[in-house]
Design a protein around this ligand. Structure first.
Ligand SMILES: [Mg+2]
Length: 374
């Protein structure tokens, strides 16, 4: 493959409804889109979601990272082997810019696979997708009326798996749990605190004060407080889901002595792309640590599709998938057929264009004004 151009564009797609959790509230996507055009006429697209409170990245830092490395990538990467070598020789800078790299890597993988008339799975030596894939309902930390409406919509679709973004106020959150249990029989509930508390004792007090026993609790303490997380794990039975506290393979070490207490929320963007995510999956399997394949709020079908590569190989280690909101949340997606869950939270892979290569999606260029006239 020879790259003709490589470009990065901020991607701001409005949401149909606002989404709130304890670290942020947003009404439009905060993402970057990378387009890789080959001399042979293929277009590869990649997406990343820089977040200050997850990986200390921003749109501006992604633009700087991209500008620094664009020419080198165009001149160096002609094959999957070249790409793997580039990642190895730039590990330290990718570690600092994982979402920016994710957008670039996905665009290059999509372009490489298309150039060679392969699916992304074939290119990466992975099994072809064999869904369906099963998604969790995610409830934001909004007003009770909004949550009630969302719960009813999810219940009507047959969802049983819920993740609730909590406020930390037991009386407010108990009202949410009442609504959820009234609408859904025996729901499986995990809670996401988005780094609400500073000490294990504060978390224990909250767990004592709420009316449910969650099967897992995500990010109760400050991000990367692994000492606190290990203390908390020893003091109560709910498994702890690591999201902001698990950003790369270096974060296996602090949870090594009680892996049975933890679950990793693997989001392709924060992990720095597909190849680094595959390494995490393999290392987690060796340690018998289960995974949730998560999503950033506002991901388009590009990141949803990329995550399917990973979910497809996790087997029993996969205990939940999040995302695939497509045009349920976004005013528009950038593919002809958005990858969106349906009844019972299932996503069928027949939404993909089996005759297309790469990420197997037909892009609607009318939804990509930045790329028109390039
Ligand atoms: Mg989270």
């Amino acid at each position: 493959m020879r790259l003709h151009t490589l470009t990065l564009h901020p991607l701001q797609i409005p949401f149909k409804t606002r989404f709130k959790h304890s670290s942020a509230e947003r009404t439009l996507t905060q993402s970057v889109l990378v387009a890789a055009r080959t001399d042979s006429g293929c277009l590869g697209l990649g997406e990343g979601c820089p977040r200050e409170y997850v990986t200390a990245e921003s749109i501006a830092s992604a633009e700087r990272f991209f500008a620094t490395h664009r020419d080198d990538l165009i001149n160096t990467v002609h094959s999957i082997t070249d790409l793997r070598q580039w990642i190895q020789s730039h590990a330290a800078t990718i570690e600092q810019n994982p979402a920016a790299w994710c957008a670039i890597e996905l665009a290059l993988l999509d372009a490489l696979a298309k150039d060679q008339h392969q699916s992304i799975e074939y290119l990466l030596d992975l099994p072809e997708l064999s869904g369906p894939f099963h998604y969790t309902a995610v409830l934001g930390d909004g007003p009770l009326e909004t949550l009630t409406r969302q719960v009813q919509q999810y219940a009507a679709l047959g969802f049983r798996d819920f993740k609730v973004k909590i406020s930390g106020d037991p009386s407010l959150d108990n009202a949410k749990y009442v609504v959820l249990h009234a609408a859904v029989k025996a729901p499986r509930v995990r809670l996401d605190a988005n780094n609400l508390w500073s000490t294990p004792d504060q978390v224990l007090a909250y767990l004592d004060a709420i009316s449910i026993n969650p099967c897992a609790l995500e990010e109760p303490l400050q991000a990367l407080d692994h000492t606190g997380l290990n203390t908390l794990a020893a003091q109560q039975p709910a498994k702890l889901i690591l999201d902001e506290s698990f950003l790369s393979q270096t974060h296996f070490a602090p949870i090594e002595h009680r892996p049975e207490s933890f679950i990793i929320n693997l989001r392709i963007s924060k992990m720095g792309g597909l190849l680094r995510s595959l390494t995490i999956v393999r290392m987690a399997a060796q340690r018998k640590i289960p995974l949730i394949i998560g999503a950033q709020v506002g991901e388009t079908s590009i990141l949803t599709r990329a995550a399917l590569c990973i979910a497809n190989i996790c087997g029993d280690a996969l205990i939940g998938q999040e995302g695939a909101f497509g045009t349920l949340l976004l005013e528009r997606d950038i593919t002809d057929q958005p990858l969106t869950f349906g009844k019972n939270g299932l996503l069928a892979t027949d939404l993909l264009t089996s005759s297309a290569y790469g990420l197997q999606m037909a892009y609607a260029l009318k939804n990509l004004p930045a790329l028109q006239g390039e």
